[in-house]
Each structure stands twice: as C-alpha cells, then as structure tokens.
Design a protein around this ligand. Structure first.
Ligand code: T1G
Length: 693
C-alpha cells in the first residue's frame, strides 16, 4: 500500500491497482481528493505490472460530488476535468466501485471510468440542480449517452438518487457486487475485463442514443411544457435541459463547452449562491450549541396524539410512516371515526397513485389505535396535543395529561402561537413539556418548529430533534414568543399587505408581486384558500375591516366561491369587481384617499418588516441562527429556495437598505416599523446576518 497523499492510497492486488479515497464525511472532490485521484491513477497506469485500476472509497459513501464548500473560492489543485481525462484516457481499464451515493462530480468521475460496479444499496445521481447548478464535469454529455436523453432529463432536473438495480437496467452500472463485498468483487470484475480483453468503454464515443434523438426537438419541448409549473422561477432546470439538448445536437467536445459556459453562468449567479447557502443551513439547523450530540435521549416507541382533526390526523401519519405505533384520542366517536377514515383515505389515495403498496396501507393502519379516553395514553413515550387553539382548552388537556401519562414521557403541544411556558405550568413536569409546531398538511409539510420552554430539558430537546429526523421533518429549535418564528414574521407581512390595500393597492396587485417574487401564492389568495372566516364571529362582526365586510357578505373564500377573488367552478381565481367596489367604499368610509403604489414598494413593504422581525427574533435569542429562520420560511411558508430565505435576502439586498426603509416608514407611518436594535448594530458595523456566530 502506497500513500499518494493524505486522503489517497494505492495498492497493487495481483496486477489490479486499487486507488482508495478516504476523505470523510462524504469523499467530496476537494483539491486534495482531486490531486490524490489523479496522481494515484497516473501511478497505477505507469506501473507495468498493473493491468487494470479500481477506484473505491472508504467511509460511508463513494464520492458525493464536488466540495460545495470550495465553490466561490479560487480553484486550487488539479481541475476535475483533468482528473477525468487521466481516468478516461487511461490505456488500462478503470473500474469505479460504488457504495453509498455516487453523486454530482462523483458520478461524473465514475462515468469517465470504463466500467462501474456497485452494491445494491448504492445510489447514483446528478443533484446539482438542487444547489442551483448543473453537472459541470461532463455529466450532461456522458449521462444521455448511456441512459438516453429522456432519462437524463429526468435525472438532472429532479436531482433524484437512482437505486443501483435501476442503474443496472439502464446500463449506468455494469454489475452488482454483494453487499460488504464490493472491493473483492470489483477486483474480480477487473480481472475478468482484462482476461476477456474487453474494450475501454468511453462514453464520449457512445453516440447511438443521442443520435437517435437528433431531429426530435419535441422531446425537449414536451419536457419543458410538462414541467413548467415545477420549474417556475428556477434557472437551473432550464440550463440543465439546454445541456442535454447540446448532447443531442452537438459533437461531444462542443457539448462540453456548452455545458461549461452554462455551468459558469449558474455558478456565478445569485440563485446558486442562495441554494448553496440553504444546503449548509439545512445541515446547520440540527446543531444546537448547548445540546451536544451525545445528550442522552428518551426512547420513543409509542406516541399519543390528541385530536383527530386535520392536524392531529396528519401528525399521526408521520409516526405511522416511520413505523411508530400511535394512539389517537378524540372526544366523540363520530369525530374519531371521521379522523380515522380520513387517514385511511389519504393512504389509499397514495396507493392508488402507485406511490405506496396497498399492503403498506394496512401495515400503517394496523399501527393506529383510536380511543375516546386520555387514559389510553398512559404508557406513551410522547404525547402531542392538537386540539382547538384556545388556551383554556390546552391548559385543561395538559392538567389531565399530567395526571395520566407515565413519568418521563414527553408532552408536546402543536400550538402555532400560544405560550408554551403557560401550558407547561399546568403540569408538575414542565421540564418534559415543549412545542412541536407542525404545518398543514402535517404529513406533507417538511417543517417542524420545536419550541423550547423555559424549563424544557436538553434530553427532551435532543429526543424531539432526533424524532423529527425519524419522521422525515426538518426541525428548527425556536424560543417561546407569540407566533414563534414563522407566524411571528408572517404577521408582519400580512399586516402590511392589508395596509397596502387600504392605501391604494388591490389584493391581486399584492399577490402578483409576491407570486412573481417566487411565493406559491400571495397573502390574499392564501386567505381565500384557508377561509376568511377563521377566527370570525358573526355576532361580533362590525364591518371594521375589509375581511369582515367580505365575510358579512358570505364571501368567505374559495369554499363559498368568492372572497377577495371570484372563483369559477374549477376554483380558478379572478380579480373581483365586487371586492374592488367594497375596498373603494371602505377607504371612502375610513377617509382614506388612495394613492398609486408601485410593485417595488409592495415588495419592500411586505418583505423588509419580516427581515426586521427576524432580526428582533435573533436579538431576543428566539432562534439560534439566521439560517434557521431561513429554513423555517423555505420549508414552512413557501419562501423560494433560490432566494435563500428572508435573512439571506436581507444580506443580499443590503441591511443598510432595509434599515433605511424601516426608518423612512417609521417616521412616515409610526411604530410598526421600529427597527430592530440588532439591525441597527449590524449596519453600524457594516456586517451581515451571516457574520453572526
Ligand atoms: N461538499 C461539501 N460538503 C458536503 C458535501 C459536498 N458535496 N456533501 C455533504 N457534505 C457535508 C455536509 O455539509 C455535512 O457536513 C456532512 O457532509 C454530512 O452530510 C462538478 C458542481 C451525500 C446524500 O449535491 O446530498 O458535484 O454538517 O448531513 O444525510 O458537477 O450530504 O457534518 O459538517 O447531508 O448522510 C453535488 C450533496 C455537488 C450532494 C449524505 N453533490 N450531499 O447525506 O449527510 S456539486 C451533492 C448530499 C457537483 C459537479 C458539481 C448528502 C449525502 P457537516 P449530510 P447524509
């Protein structure tokens, strides 16, 4: 065994050279890895006793891509294209031995090898699109030459990780190796290649599939059309499509040039910078400064959910999906039966769409027990309350839970804004109480706000964060304050959106600006979807807001066919002359003279107060990092990932600009715009949110 460099070893196993990379955590293609790989393969090629070369990695995975942390910094070491040239032009067969995930540049390196062997649990993918990029080392030119343009389009625009068995079917993998026996199998495979004098398969020369697609532009036109909605606002998917088109319409080396040009445009653009920031923020969010990774956890083998309504049912499904038994409690059998049947129907619909086997439906339903008594939750390890959002009801439930549920169990509330400490104080075990704020639909939305109470212990927090991972959520630890992080910032946007309508804009103007910014829908369309009568009490209604007037006219949103918008039979929204008239009358009645409000002001008035509120949340310690706030907004409130989140966006446009606007509005419109002290401090010091440690 020869050490090529700190992360690369070379050994000669009976004429088969094995280049082994070992660069934890994921053998990313850092400069050192690239140098080692190039030098190792060159040395093997130069060794006359070597007949073939196997590339393999130590640790949990084969190369999982370029080192994202190096992006945006000056490039050092051997370039990836040079590494690939050494491998592809090797006069001796090079075999890539894949385990874990061969992703991005890792798969591109493997595609330059002449053969690929993998264990069945391995996966291959080109997920660059998820960080706003495209495979920039030949992947968009070599992949379609092996799997065909259609499959390549799907892989590079979805970023999905394809299982090894599927890769074998498409020819991406030449042979499967036994689990745990990859090295030996790859060496044996190499020996067979040599013995059978098999050709050096260079994908750059494999043109049949791209040639067959030439003259069929409909492949790309249809793909663009079918995915227009999914790709809205993103640049990278379109750029990936253009690269596959180049693979079909241009000679290999010309296609490579096109790929490089488009890659550099994305790499130097704002979208990828934002999505790379989010990549790391999604990993940082799990790191809790005062809850170390080895904090003891409470085993969670059985979960109780109180309330079988929309939220309770969705929450229960998360645990059933993770194989954790759930007892769900309702007050009345009718409500319980309805809740249980909704869960079953959701699963059956998923099965009908082929996304789940019917057997799995039964497996999950078998883990679910309905109950009409809290006493059935006595032996649960975790109980999540999802009852009506009223403090008195929550307090009553927690008082009773405290008397019933075994000591050491975690008691959580799904409240979306009520004070967790007040709820916890109803028990003799506030240290086991916290908030677990799910987002509707709770079985679909990835975000979980974990609300830490004053007395919540570290083992409870560590357990809930780990449980969040088990049920496929991304969890952000936040502090107790009205609306926590997400809703607290949302209320800033909603308030300004309503004020803008009073001042002169129309609801559909505000929605259009936020939709064009990248949100799935604007605040008024969202209100119509949720129902304008949430929290509205008819008897107490007094036409004091435009929303009240709409409700009084039975325009309660999509469900009544009218709200801020009018809706046709297919629930398609259109600006409403009725609402327009109501708004004009309401302004006149309130003595407001409307003014022309431009799109830029609408956007700033909706976004900047959110950023300011995010700064207040940080200065109060209600969120650990600015990145956590961005993760909340991207995974819970539809903030477009290619804009990085409200705090990242604040840094991008300049905190000085945000502060200047807040001060301008404060002097013109008062206290709603009081700048955060932290914002003032950062601007004074010329710093950004990302500079905060
Ligand atoms: N670069 C740098 N660091 C990386 C990394 C990468 N590519 N992938 C993972 N890490 C770090 C991560 O930040 C974390 O660090 C640790 O590894 C474990 O990751 C030219 C342009 C491989 C499926 O997009 O999808 O190649 O937090 O927590 O859940 O065409 O990581 O511990 O300090 O995610 O087991 C393309 C990205 C790059 C794959 C493992 N590749 N990685 O998941 O662990 S662009 C990707 C993943 C490219 C070329 C282009 C996942 C994983 P820390 P983790 P995991």
């Amino acid at each position: 065994m020869t050490s090529i460099n700190a992360v690369t070893d070379l050994s000669n196993e009976n004429e088969i050279a094995v280049v082994t990379l070992n660069s934890p955590p994921v053998n990313a293609l850092s400069a050192t890895v690239r140098d080692g790989l190039a030098a190792g393969v060159k040395q093997a090629i130069a060794d006359p006793s070597v007949k073939a070369v196997v590339l393999i990695c130590e640790g949990k995975t084969f190369i999982a891509g370029a080192d994202i942390g190096e992006f945006g910094k000056p490039m050092t070491g051997t370039s990836l294209l040079d590494v690939e040239a050494v491998i592809e032009n090797s006069p001796k067969p090079v075999i890539a031995a894949i385990h874990g995930t061969a992703l991005g540049g890792g798969l591109e390196v493997a595609l330059c090898a002449h053969y690929r062997v993998a264990v069945p649990s391995a996966k291959c993918g080109l997920p660059e699109v998820n960080i706003g990029l495209l495979p920039g080392a030949g992947g968009t030119q070599r992949l379609p030459r092996i799997v065909g343009p259609e499959a390549a389009l799907d892989m590079v625009t979805s970023g999905k990780h394809v299982a090894a068995r599927k890769c074998l079917e498409t020819g991406l993998i030449d042979e499967l190796a036994p689990e745990g026996g990859l090295r030996a199998a790859a060496i044996a495979f190499a020996k067979r290649i040599v013995a059978e004098n098999r050709p050096l398969k260079k994908l750059r020369e494999n043109n049949a599939k791209v040639d067959a697609a030439r003259g069929h532009p409909e492949i790309f036109a249809n793909f663009r059309k079918e995915n227009a909605r999914r790709f809205r606002g993103f640049l990278a998917p379109e750029y990936n499509i253009r690269c596959i088109e180049a693979a079909v319409n241009q000679p290999f080396d010309e296609g490579l040039k096109t790929e490089r040009k488009l890659f550099m445009e994305l790499m130097t653009g704002p979208q990828s910078a934002a999505q790379r920031y989010v990549f790391f923020a999604e990993r940082q969010v799990w790191k809790l400064p005062d809850v170390p990774g080895d904090t003891p956890e409470i085993p969670v083998k059985k979960v109780g959910v109180i309330g079988a309504g929309t939220m309770g049912g969705g929450i229960a499904m998360n645990f059933l999906n993770a194989g954790i038994p759930v007892t769900i409690v309702e007050m009345e059998s009718q409500a319980l039966d309805r809740g249980l049947s909704v869960i079953r129907r959701n699963y059956e619909n998923t099965a009908k769409k082929g996304r789940m086997a019917m057997a799995d439906v039964e497996t999950r339903m078998a883990l679910l027990t309905g109950s009409l008594t809290l006493e059935d939750l006595a032996d649960c390890d975790m109980v999540i309350e999802a009852v009506f959002e009223r403090m008195d009801i929550k307090k009553d439930v927690f008082t009773r839970l405290d008397a019933i549920v075994k000591q050491g169990a975690i008691l959580a509330s799904n409240t979306s804004y009520l004070n967790i400490d007040e709820i916890a104080a109803m028990t003799k075990r506030p240290e086991f109480v916290l908030g677990m704020h799910f987002f509707s639909p709770a079985n679909v939305m990835r975000l979980l706000e974990v609300v830490r109470g004053d007395k919540t212990t570290k083992p409870v927090i560590a357990t809930v964060m780990k449980t969040a991972k088990r049920i496929g959520k991304i969890a952000a630890l936040v502090g107790v304050c009205p609306g926590f992080v997400g809703n607290r910032m949302l209320s800033q946007r909603q308030r300004e959106a309503q004020k803008l309508v009073l001042e002169g804009a129309m609801p559909w103007d505000v929605d259009r600006v936020l939709y064009d910014f990248g949100f799935p829908m604007g605040p008024f369309a969202m209100s119509d979807l949720a129902g304008l009568d949430i929290g509205w009490v008819k008897e107490k209604s007094s036409s004091s807001t435009i929303r009240e007037v709409l409700c009084e006219m039975d325009r309660r949103g999509q469900k009544t066919g009218a709200g801020f918008y009018d809706y046709d039979a297919n629930r398609k929204a259109s600006p409403s002359p009725v609402t327009e008239k109501i708004i004009h009358e309401f302004r006149a009645k309130s003595g407001i003279t409307p003014r022309k409000i431009g799109d830029e002001e609408i956007l700033e008035r909706c976004i900047y107060p959110m950023i300011n509120e995010g700064a207040k949340i940080l200065e109060e310690g209600k969120a650990i990092r600015a990145g956590d706030i961005d993760i909340v907004w991207i995974n819970g409130y539809g903030w477009p990932v290619y804009r990085g989140g409200p705090m990242f966006y604040g840094d991008l446009i300049g905190l000085d600009k945000v502060l200047a606007r807040m001060k301008q509005w404060q002097s013109g419109m008062g206290g709603d715009f009081k700048p955060s002290a932290l914002l003032e401090k950062l601007v004074a010091e010329g710093k950004k949110f990302r500079d905060l440690k």
